[in-house]
Design a protein around this ligand. Structure first.
Ligand SMILES: *[C@@H]1O[C@H](CO)[C@@H](O)[C@H](O)[C@H]1NC(C)=O
Length: 87
């Protein structure tokens, strides 16, 4: 019983480590620095990329995820948001 639960915990830990490694490789993770983050979203930047990106982050992470300001780069079907967070 005991070793089975240790095994389970290691599996879960492994899962999280693997996930983090994948995020770092994709270069889209907030790993580097909480104050500045970037992410890719579908759709265009719209007339105000700053606002579009802020809304994207809020939609993804909730109100606690609201950036103070953003820059938006259009890629046609997608846009890259580079945002500053207060920290
Ligand atoms: C982006 O929008 C936020 C909130 O509307 C504003 O406070 C900020 O100054 C804007 N930043 C830029 C670069 O326009």
């Amino acid at each position: 019983m005991r070793s089975a639960s240790i095994f389970l915990v290691s599996c879960i830990l492994m899962f999280f480590i693997m996930n983090n490694v994948k995020d770092v490789e994709a270069g889209l993770s907030p790993m580097d620095n909480q104050c500045g983050r970037k992410d890719i979203f579908v759709g265009g930047c719209g007339p105000d990329g700053n606002k579009t990106c802020i809304n994207d982050f809020v939609k993804k992470g909730g109100e606690g995820n609201r950036p103070s300001s953003c820059e938006c780069d259009d890629f046609g079907q997608e846009h890259l948001c580079r945002c500053n967070f207060s920290c």
